[in-house]
Design a protein around this ligand. Structure first.
Ligand SMILES: Cc1cc2nc3c(=O)[nH]c(=O)nc-3n(C[C@H](O)[C@H](O)[C@H](O)COP(=O)(O)OP(=O)(O)OC[C@H]3O[C@@H](n4cnc5c(N)ncnc54)[C@H](O)[C@@H]3O)c2cc1C
Length: 469
């Protein structure tokens, strides 16, 4: 029996039915490779979850995604849900950053850059030095990288809030190389950000990739969960919900490696066997599953920091908000010492997010900046957030609708030294042939990155069956 070449043994077990696991399953299925996806929860999608309640559409995880790769349209086409995709309002390119209790529009052209009060004249002039600054000599945090190349003011009033918006992270801990690989590559490859941006644009075009600042923001009429639901429906009985994987144990037969995957469902332990296992569960869950077979790797996975994030979805009557909500929303720099990380103006981004004459705002608190704030109870959290929202958005009164979503472990942080984690992932995959790690703690956290990584993994798995490598 040859598991890599015998078609009866062509079967893949995927642990985790978040978007990474589902997309890997989708592409394997398209390639006629049978899959079984074991998902702990009773709904597919992992963090990609939408609640529709009384006219409000509450995104509990990602509010939208950037269309950074043509793979997104390919999948939506294949699922027949292209018509359900909606693009964000054109004005969503207006983004704001708080300085001195005021929302400042992030400048998008040279004239508004000169005029903006978001950065001082000194801060702007400091940028002239950027092309003349050399490469780093050792691994840097994003804070070190930006202070060195662009100056402290850009760190405080551009990158710090941006990092909070993307990773809910701390710029003093995140590795520029692993958390912002494209930014890092501009220095590594071209010697500077400004030079690099001009030259890399051409190369990206050749690869048919779309830069994050030019990619269109999308969601679906009924919210982001449309995507995992549709993949799950397409895969049908291949997706087993309410199935918690407990262990993955290798065994050898006729010179080939197979795995026994044990999972728990409806008070029963069930065992499946397969030559290929994909781990698409978060780092902590993967760590427990593989602990008996690789305790050292398990320890590494447990150390990946996922800060808590709490999302406050608040609805107001339109007349309670005294500023125009034309844009994506705003981010708060740490130096402004506020309670919140930022707010997405959800009902301005997409239609269908709030009842008529109302607005929906999604405010994030906590993250690596203020993890302890997430321990507050719902009422205290809302009160703290309202202090900032009243001041910054001139909102009057209390919300007419509220939903609190707590993520105790929200987003993996690619902190300094993350290269060591990636090496250990590779070593694990090499030692346990037929295992693949496809999750947002490897290769990027954005939804678009999950598409790219799942597609690449499915190709690797197909090759593994054909070539045994
Ligand atoms: C609050 C929040 C907001 C975000 N906003 C955005 C955004 O606006 N845009 C964007 O691009 N990205 C955003 N992201 C990031 C993006 O949503 C995630 O990186 C992505 O959805 C992760 O998908 P995943 O499949 O890798 O992991 P997950 O979604 O975590 O899926 C892992 C799955 O594994 C399952 N599982 C765990 N243990 C087991 C087990 N033992 N057995 C079986 N199954 C198991 C879980 O139930 C889960 O379904 C956000 C993330 C969060 C938390």
């Amino acid at each position: 029996m040859d598991p890599q070449n015998n078609s009866t043994n062509k079967h893949v077990i995927i642990i985790g039915g978040g978007i990474s696991g589902l997309l890997t399953g989708y592409w394997l299925d398209q390639n006629n490779i049978p899959v079984t996806i074991l998902e702990q929860s009773n709904v597919p999608g992992g963090t990609m979850k939408t609640l529709i309640d009384d006219g409000w559409l509450v995104e509990q995880g990602p509010n939208s995604a950037l269309e950074t790769t043509p793979l997104i349209s390919e999948v939506l086409n294949g699922l027949g849900i292209e018509s359900k995709r909606i693009y964000a309002d054109e004005k969503s390119s207006n983004r704001y950053i708080v300085r001195d209790n005021t929302l400042h529009k992030v400048p998008m052209d040279p004239l508004s850059f000169i005029r903006t009060k978001l950065w001082s004249t000194y801060g702007k002039i400091r940028l002239i030095k950027e092309p003349f600054i050399g490469r780093a000599t050792e691994e840097e945090t994003i804070a070190q990288f930006v202070s060195r190349r662009l100056g402290k003011e850009f760190l405080d009033y551009a990158i710090n809030p941006f990092v909070a918006g993307v990773y809910a992270g701390n710029p003093e801990s995140l590795s520029v190389r692993y958390a912002f690989p494209k930014l890092y590559a501009l220095e590594e490859k071209y010697g500077g950000l400004i030079k690099g941006m001009i030259r890399s644009r051409k190369e990206r075009k050749a690869r048919k990739e779309i830069a994050k600042d030019r990619a269109k923001l999308f969601s679906f009429v009924d919210g982001m969960q449309t995507l995992p639901n549709s993949i799950s429906q397409k895969l049908g009985s291949a997706v087993i919900l309410g199935a918690t994987v407990k262990s993955v144990i290798p065994f050898r037969t006729e010179g080939k490696t197979f795995y026994t995957v044990s999972y728990f469902k409806n008070d029963e332990t069930i065992k499946l066997e397969s030559p290929v296992v994909v781990f698409s569960s978060p780092a902590e869950a993967t760590a427990s599953i593989i602990e008996p077979i690789d305790p050292e790797f398990s320890k590494t996975l447990k150390e990946i920091y996922y800060p808590p994030v709490t999302e406050l979805f608040l609805g107001f009557r339109s007349d309670q908000v005294k500023i125009p909500l034309t844009g994506f929303g705003f981010l708060v720099p740490e130096v402004e010492k506020k309670n919140i990380l930022g707010t997405i103006w959800s009902s301005s981004l997409f239609t269908n997010r709030s009842p008529k004459h109302h607005v929906a705002l999604t405010t994030f608190v906590g993250g690596a900046r203020q993890p302890d704030i997430c321990r507050l109870n719902d009422e205290a959290l809302i009160n703290r957030a309202l202090i900032d929202l009243h001041l910054l958005m001139k909102i009057e009164g209390d919300p007419v609708y509220k939903k609190i979503i707590r993520w105790d472990r929200a987003i993996p942080q690619y902190n300094i030294g993350f290269g060591n984690v990636l090496e250990k992932i590779k070593r694990f995959e090499d030692n346990f042939r037929g295992t693949f790690i496809v999750s947002n703690f490897k290769g990027g956290i954005a939804v678009g990155d999950c598409f790219i990584n799942a597609n690449a993994a499915a190709k690797k798995i197909a090759d593994y069956f054909i070539l045994g490598k």
